[in-house]
Design a protein around this ligand. Structure first.
Ligand code: IVH
Length: 681
């Protein structure tokens, strides 16, 4: 294909892909399958690879991300990004209406009511119908340029449809994270943390708090490819610029929708305050059906001329106001408190509630975190409690209505013994949780560890999930991870819901797991705080289990990314004679306990993806070649001389002046060995 032919085909494909993208993300009405879409996209990517000079920043291929932004550039807003006055009551809203009518006594007032999206404000500038820049609100005067990340958001058009818009204008809106995507991200994170050995309590603390903060954090990610994997969405609600072909806000939204923007369907023109109140109250009732969070309703004067006459205060427009909803709460009865024991022995108290409807779901349980929280709330069984879901995932008890306390309500006495094995609980200095120390005799801890060992990211033994592990444990067939390798087909075949076929598959899976690499075996054996990444680092540093077992504290913290907490935990694990015995049995069973040479060259991360570094001089902690290797292992490229393509000059002692001078001239940042270490984490 000639360059000219490629140019025509690229334009064709881009147009088609833009259309399909709009149908999928804005109209929710695709007319081709994902497979067909991917085929078109693959063709485009291949052509752009063949003719890189034909790649445009707004090509549909750029939506998958890849660009890395190290520091987000600060951009001054052409129009300050103001906020809105807030109200929580009908009375205040009526005051607003009166103020408006007083200032415009001769005009007929119409309001536009819109949902108040609970997300991150964004200003998108379009030039000649193409996305030029996307900037966050920042301090309202200046914000961060997050264009590379915003390009990955499917519902934001990179090229507009043909229309009568001015050559340059800005449109503002809110980037949101749909609740379904938020839940998916949390489920994935929880799985990962559970597999890494964190307790339920620790997992709860690390989960994404609410969709808004998560959207905001995502937008500030340096790696746009990561942003692309999280399905952010964006509703637009205000146009800024000169030469627009309309006179009212309502019309502007209609037009913007025609140009390709995603505008909410729930925009309503209201002539009276009664209509406005109806809109507010109905969305307060139905907000759970939206699929994303709103925190109120925005009421705007429709006519642009009247907006102009009303003008602005120092902080916000006089022509609009936000009616905010209160956090969603419910009142119910505390029936009981239950206690869960995690794989690590950590105890998590859980409130059992009389089922109550809250934010679209029926809530039966609320998290109580630990004994301190129960004490702080001074809870009694039978109490009437307030449960809130203020944008957070797990509902929490926020208060007790003591006036409703029944006389027979009993104080909560925190358990002193494990609910599963009756061992006396311990509380470690500085930690909020109680623990059951009976790691080798407490069933949920044992089964939890066994299931972790066989899990996908660990030994990946199909058919040996937690239910089967529980069964094998209760049948006295497996007590520790080494027992798995002594299992016989006949023992498995006779178990509930098993048979010859599934037993053979399990045995086959067990045998196959003997080929699993050392780093995954190290992860599988369940050393606290040694997740898959840490296991990989330890395996590559120490190369085999014997070296790791013999390492002292100082040697452990010398390994990359290993801190004191992990080092202590590794020492504790190997100091345990029972664990050593189990490891010996695993070795005899034929598991991999040393790194195969090839693994040493596997990538460590993609932190330096798309980044070229030139290394020069001598260094304190690493040999120069070692640094070059590290650059590659973290996905970066080594440059031999400073050029326009160089991102950083990694300069050690005794580096000649020429490279430094060149770096200065070409505005290439010079970094030290320490800064490099921070970069690769
Ligand atoms: S209009 C001059 N409309 O709420 C302000 N804002 O403090 C124009 N928001 O900063 C904003 N949904 O980030 C407008 N339908 C909507 C909105 C909305 C959410 C956000 C926006 C604004 C904040 C109000």
């Amino acid at each position: 294909m000639t360059k000219e032919e490629a140019q025509v085909r690229i334009a064709q494909l881009s147009h088609q892909l833009d259309e399909h993208n709009h149908r999928y993300y804005v109209l929710s009405h695709p007319i081709i399958s994902d497979f067909e879409f991917d085929k078109l996209l693959e063709e485009l990517i291949a052509l752009e690879k063949q003719f890189p000079e034909l790649l445009s920043p707004n090509s549909p291929s750029q939506r998958v991300g890849g660009a890395i932004t190290k520091d987000f550039e600060t951009v001054i807003h052409k129009y300050p990004m103001m906020s809105l006055g807030n109200t929580y009551s009908e009375e205040e809203l009526r005051d607003f209406d009166e103020r408006v009518r007083k200032l415009l006594p001769d005009d007929e007032i119409e309001y536009v009511c819109e949902l108040k999206f609970d997300g991150v404000a964004i200003g998108l500038t379009y030039k000649d119908g193409e996305l030029l820049r996307a900037v966050t609100r920042g301090d309202s005067i200046q914000g961060d340029d997050v264009t590379a990340n915003v390009r990955t958001i499917g519902s934001i058009p990179l090229k507009l449809k043909k229309g009568d818009y001015p050559s340059e204008f800005e449109i503002r809106g809110e980037i949101i994270l749909p609740r379904k995507e938020f839940d998916r991200m949390n489920a994935e994170l929880a799985d990962q943390l559970a597999e890494d050995g964190y307790s339920d309590e620790e997992i709860n603390e690390q989960l994404y708090r609410n969709p808004r903060n998560t959207a905001s954090g995502t937008l500030k990610q340096q790696d746009s490819a990561k942003v692309a994997t999280r399905k952010l969405d964006c509703f637009l609600y205000a146009l800024y610029g000169d030469g627009f072909p309309f006179k009212t806000h309502f019309e502007s939204l209609y037009k913007a929708r025609e140009w390709g923007f995603k505008i909410s369907e729930h925009v309503k023109l209201c002539k009276t305050m009664e209509e406005v109140m109806l809109y507010i109250n109905s969305w307060e009732q139905n907000r759970d059906q939206l699929g994303f969070d709103i925190d109120g309703v925005v009421i705007k004067v429709n006519n642009y001329r009247l907006q102009q006459e009303l003008g602005y205060t120092a902080k916000s427009p006089r022509w609009a106001i936000a009616y905010k909803y209160r956090a969603q709460a419910a009142v119910t009865i505390l029936n009981d408190i239950g206690y869960q024991v995690g794989r690590t022995g950590a105890i998590t108290p859980v409130a059992h509630l009389k089922p109550v409807q809250l934010a679209g779901t029926i809530v039966k349980r609320a998290s109580l975190h630990n004994s301190d929280q129960i004490e702080k709330l001074a809870l009694r069984i039978g109490d009437t409690v307030m449960v809130e879901k203020g944008g957070e995932i797990i509902p929490k008890i926020t208060g007790v209505d003591i006036s409703k306390r029944p006389i027979e309500a009993v104080s909560v006495v925190y358990i002193t013994h494990c609910p599963e094995c009756n061992t006396e609980l311990i509380r470690v200095e500085g930690e909020a949780n109680h623990y059951c120390p009976n790691e080798n005799g407490c069933p949920p801890q044992i089964v939890g560890r066994l299931a972790h060992f066989t899990s996908r990211k660990a030994m990946n033994i199909d058919g040996l999930g937690s239910e089967t592990m529980d069964l094998l444990f209760r049948q006295n067939l497996v007590h520790n991870i080494a027992d798995i390798y002594d299992l016989k087909k006949e023992q498995i075949a006779v178990l509930e819901r098993m048979g010859e076929k599934s037993a053979s598959n399990i045995i086959e899976g067990i045998n196959k797991s003997k080929e699993v690499s050392f780093e995954r075996v190290l992860y599988a054996i369940g050393i606290r705080y040694v997740g898959d990444t840490v296991a990989r680092k330890l395996a590559r540093h120490f190369k085999n289990i014997d070296a790791l077992m013999e390492a002292n504290f100082d040697q452990l913290i010398e390994a990359p990314e290993i801190g004191e907490k992990i080092a202590q935990s590794v020492l504790k694990y190997f100091a345990d004679a029972d664990k050593r015995k189990v490891l010996d049995r695993l070795k005899n069973a034929g598991l991999q306990f040393e790194i195969i040479q090839d693994e040493a060259n596997l990538p460590l991360s993609d932190k330096l993806k798309g980044i070229t570094i030139v290394v020069t001089g001598t260094f304190e902690n690493h040999e120069r070649e070692e640094l070059k290797k590290l650059i590659e292992l973290h996905g970066g490229k080594n440059g031999s001389s400073v050029t326009g393509k160089t991102n950083y000059l990694l300069a050690g002692a005794d580096c000649g002046p020429s490279k430094l001078e060149k770096a200065e001239k070409m505005k290439v940042k010079v970094i030290s060995e320490k800064e490099f270490d921070v970069m690769i984490g």
